[in-house]
Ligand binder design. Structure first.
Ligand SMILES: C[S@@+](CC[C@H](N)C(=O)[O-])C[C@H]1O[C@@H](n2cnc3c(N)ncnc32)[C@H](O)[C@@H]1O
Length: 422
């Protein structure tokens, strides 16, 4: 499942091999040349392959974990499933209590008792340790647990500089969770695909097949003082327990998760969306308009594409008030305004200026685009049954200006909005 056997990991963990990994950029960048240089230095074929893989995974991991990645080890699956560091830091803040001084030197009664006030967190299914890294980095005493031997060993390596983190190779189900202040769950939601020879993984759709299963995780989370459960953003809303706060998160424009928070980690019951990027925006179910109106109105000069976390959380209309926006259609997640959005809520949308409304039929659309000198198009769609690449091929546009085409509906009409990103 993790793509590395324990023997290869043991060999990689040798001090001289790790040292070679840290200095691998001294070698030519070309993989073949690098490989033969390592073989000439006396490394076995297995260790050479392991070094090349780790060097590549470290590079890939910088996007998620920043410069810390350059001092870590990975499995391919472990990196794919690892939480991005800014998001993991957000999890840590939630489990530790927002704004609470985790390294504090005063007890609740004002007495000085630093040791007693250090919160303990169990990370039950820690993977390569990205969430644990943030929990421990922010002052918690962390017990990280993983059922996979190689993954647990890698987490141990990755957390080695944090004296307040330890790793256990065990099943979450076998851990006594009652002693911890907070529990963190990120159940495995992928499995090796049927018949896969490459070890490629496939998504698990039934939450009872997650590992640990969702019902076990939720039972434990409900019983905990504080708990967080990271799940895929496509989670069926009906699976969210009434006791939980469900928060969808996007980071730099990509929806990365929905987290269920319980007990003291829950700040506000209900659904919320957190947009993390250059600017941060939090939208909550309580921000939805009180009336039952669908908020649909005339297309204005601007088309707004709400962030995916807001769409997944079902909170698009919560933006209508702050952005003075209306919907283009009751079932389609585009908004429209007469003025370019500004203010904090603008962080929740990507804005396009609408130049024209064009017909959706390909021959008429092609004619309309050519007459306007458009030759290169980015195609977006909502509420339209098209395949963008196929449409681009059918349009066969001669060279010309760039535009964004939005295939959507205005009332009963299928239209194409000719737009430019703002
Ligand atoms: C989605 S990954 C966790 C990623 C981690 N949060 C991170 O940011 O690096 C899930 C992990 O759970 C482990 N796992 C699966 N079933 C488990 C179980 N029953 N008990 C403990 N760990 C388990 C898998 O080996 C995998 O490493």
């Amino acid at each position: 499942m993790n793509g590395m056997d324990p023997q290869t990991l043991t060999e990689l963990l040798d001090v001289s091999v790790l040292d070679r990994l840290d200095r691998i950029e001294d070698l030519p960048a070309d993989e073949l040349a690098r490989s033969s240089a390592l073989r000439k230095e006396g490394y076995s074929a297995e260790v050479t392959a392991g070094l090349l893989t780790q060097a590549q995974l470290r590079k890939d991991a910088v996007k998620k974990l920043g410069p810390f990645a350059e001092d870590m080890l990975f499995t391919r699956d472990g990196l794919a499933q690892a939480t991005r560091l800014p998001v993991a830091a957000h999890h840590a803040r939630r489990l530790l209590g927002e704004g609470k001084d985790t390294g504090g030197d005063e007890g609740a009664d004002g007495s000085a008792d630093a040791a007693d006030s250090t919160p303990t967190i169990a990370d039950l299914g820690c993977g390569i340790g990205a969430d644990s890294f943030a929990f421990a980095g922010m002052g918690a005493q962390v017990t990280a647990v993983d059922a996979d031997e190689v993954t647990a060993a890698i987490a141990s390596f990755n957390l080695r500089h944090l004296a307040n983190a330890s790793v256990e190779h065990a099943r979450a189900e076998d851990i006594d969770t009652s002693a911890f202040d907070a529990l963190w769950f990120d159940p495995a939601r992928r499995t090796v695909g049927k018949g896969s020879k490459s070890g490629s993984t496939a998504r698990i759709f039934d939450p009872e097949d997650f590992s640990p299963s969702l019902s076990w995780v939720i039972d434990k989370a409900l019983a905990a003082k504080a708990a967080g459960v990271k799940l895929g953003p496509a989670l069926d809303h009906s699976l969210i327990p009434d006791e939980a706060e469900a928060q969808w998160v996007s980071h730099l424009g990509e929806v990365v998760e929905v987290c269920l928070y319980f007990g003291e980690a829950r700040q506000r019951p209900g659904r919320s969306a957190l947009v993390m990027g250059e600017r941060t925006l939090l939208v909550h179910e309580d921000d939805l308009p009180a009336d039952d109106e669908d908020g649909v109105g005339e297309l204005g000069q601007y088309l707004l594409e709400p962030d995916g976390a807001i769409v997944r959380a079902g909170l698009v209309t919560a933006l209508c008030g702050p952005l003075q926006a209306r919907r283009v259609h009751p079932k389609i997640a585009y908004l429209t305004t007469d003025a370019e959005p500004s203010g904090p809520a603008a962080a929740g949308v990507t804005t396009y200026e609408v130049a024209d409304v064009l017909p959706a039929k390909i021959p008429s659309l092609r004619k309309a685009l050519i007459s306007r000198g458009i030759g290169s198009v980015v195609i977006k769609k909502r509420g339209a049954d098209i395949v963008p690449d196929q449409v681009r091929r059918q349009l066969k546009l001669p060279a010309g200006d760039k535009a964004t085409l939005v295939f959507t509906r205005l009332g009963d009409r299928h239209v194409v909005l000719l737009t430019q990103p703002c």
